[in-house]
Write a protein that binds this ligand. Structure first.
Ligand code: ADP
Length: 488
């Protein structure tokens, strides 16, 4: 029993019927097919190997090479000494590929295992080396239709076992076995820039280095999932931010509306004192005008005196229009709008406005502003409304006191981060357990009260990133504090 014979040899040998084994058909044509796949536009194949006569499996390629291959030049470096081989394979022409059959000795007394010899050749070759045996794949060959020893072994063992089991060799005639497969070396393919797509159909690739994705599959999947989750989260947060913005805009315009109504109510409360404030300058204008008429009616009018009267009239007129201007600015329906303002100034204007109301209600009102300017970002009309609400509440709280009604307004800096306004009164104070409730909408202890003044005030302050809270003073009376961040 033999394990393997090349087909042409088998035909030549014509063994008797009791001889059996596997036959392979090794064709130079197949090696050329592989070379064409490795080298686009192949023009030359270079056969490298031992003397044809010393070769066992590829001896028959001698005749196949001699017959020629259409469209290809064939160079034979066969049976040459190693130094000559390595020199020649280093200088091969373009569009050529080497086909290595096997080198056992160089004919000069040097012997090699054929895969070692291939390593020497591959180290110098300037073109890819197609091989025809699997054992040459790792030694520098790029691959090809290779004979696979393990398949030959398995086939031979199967045949031997059947004979040992008693089958007659004559019943197992020699047959062609399927031991030649297209197998290629991934590293060599990378080196010679050969793409997977150009390989013959059904090719197997060895020594493949896993791609980044193959190597780090789970980490890549985890990363991709994390990225997706993150993207979804960002999209969600952006959406939420958009919704919050719209809600904020909505809330602010509602706040402006409500604040406007509350201001109208305050203005209503203040109207008697405003009428009084207007009546005063109007009354003196009338008196002055009448005096001027009288003076002018005399035969020798004192023009100097008339001039003085006219300038008094002008002053009173300005006073009246100032009252109207303040009233209008208070009642203006304006959208919430922040700008840089001086809190002392805002406080002064509000207190000026309240002075008359205070004297009409028998309240002594004082203002102590901080020496330094208090720059904050805010809407002056809205902030004035907060101050107005607080002061009017204080006046209400003291309404039943026979005497000693006092309101003190203060502005000061707290550290270098915030400005604080406090408004204190000498009223009854707020029951300790109600200090927070008073800011709830519709909380009121007054017969005619609406209970929205403080809740609007707190909402306005929150919209300014500030705080509004109430305390009772140790000496009696309530104090309200309003803190706002100072503008940078
Ligand atoms: P309203 O003035 O319509 O009652 P507010 O929201 O302005 O609504 O005030 C709510 C309640 O807070 C008042 O009814 C009152 O009981 C209490 N309050 C507010 N300011 C003072 C103060 N300075 N002293 C005592 N109680 C006060």
């Amino acid at each position: 029993m033999f394990s393997l014979v090349e087909e042409a040899d088998f035909k030549r040998l014509q063994p008797p019927a009791y001889v059996t084994g596997g036959i392979v058909n090794l064709k130079l044509k197949d090696a050329v097919t592989a070379a064409r796949a490795m080298m686009p536009g192949l023009k030359t194949v270079v056969l490298v190997g031992a003397d044809w006569d010393r070769q066992v499996l590829f001896r028959n390629w001698k005749d196949q090479a001699a017959a020629g291959i259409p469209g290809l030049d064939i160079i034979e470096i066969i049976g040459r000494p190693m130094p000559e081989i390595v020199e020649r394979v280093a200088a091969l022409p373009d569009h050529s590929a080497i086909i290595y059959t096997g080198l056992y000795s160089d004919g000069k007394g040097n012997y090699y295992p054929p895969s070692d010899a291939l390593t020497f050749v591959a180290a110098r070759a300037n073109r890819p080396i197609v091989v025809a045996a699997e054992t040459f794949l790792g030694a520098g060959g790029i691959g090809g239709f290779v004979i696979v020893p393990s398949l030959i072994g398995a086939e031979a063992a199967g045949r031997a076992l059947r004979i040992l089991d008693g089958e007659a060799p004559e019943g197992l005639p020699p047959s062609v076995i399927d031991a030649v497969k297209p197998i290629f070396n991934w590293r060599q393919m990378q080196h010679w820039d050969v793409s997977e797509a150009s390989l013959p159909k059904g090719s197997e690739i060895r020594f493949r280095e896993p791609s980044f994705l193959e190597k780090y599959r789970w980490r890549a999947v985890a990363l991709a999932v994390a990225l997706l989750v993150q993207t979804a989260l960002i999209a969600f947060l952006l959406h939420e931010r958009h919704m919050r913005r719209s809600a904020e805009v909505e809330a602010r315009s509602r706040l402006s509306e409500l604040a406007h109504i509350n201001r109208q109510a305050t203005a209503g409360e203040l109207s008697s004192s405003i009428a009084h404030e207007l009546n005063q300058p109007l009354g003196s204008i009338l008196t002055n005008a009448e005096s001027a008429e009288l003076i002018l009616a005399s035969p020798t009018p004192d023009l100097q005196e008339v001039r003085e009267i006219i300038s008094d009239i002008k002053r009173d007129d300005l006073r009246a229009s100032e009252v109207i201007r303040r009233m209008r600015s208070l009642l203006k329906r304006a959208p919430f709008e922040k700008k840089e303002i001086d809190l002392n100034q805002t406080m002064r204007e509000a207190f000026d406005f309240l002075k008359l109301q205070a004297s009409a209600r028998n309240v002594a009102i004082y203002l102590q502003t901080s020496p330094q300017t208090l720059r904050v970002k805010g809407d002056p009309v809205q902030l004035q409304q907060v101050i107005l609400n607080l002061v009017v509440n204080s006046m209400d709280a003291m309404a039943k006191m026979p005497y000693g009604r006092t309101i003190i307004g203060r502005t000061e800096v707290n550290g270098d981060a915030s400005a604080v306004i406090s408004i204190s009164d000498s009223g009854p104070g707020i029951p300790q357990d109600r200090l927070n409730d008073i800011f709830d909408p519709f909380f009121t202890t007054k017969e005619q009260g609406m209970g929205i003044g403080l809740s609007i005030a707190r909402t306005i302050v929150l919209a300014h990133s500030g705080k509004l809270w109430a305390e009772n003073q140790s000496g009696g009376g309530a104090v309200f504090h309003l803190s706002l961040p100072l503008a940078a």
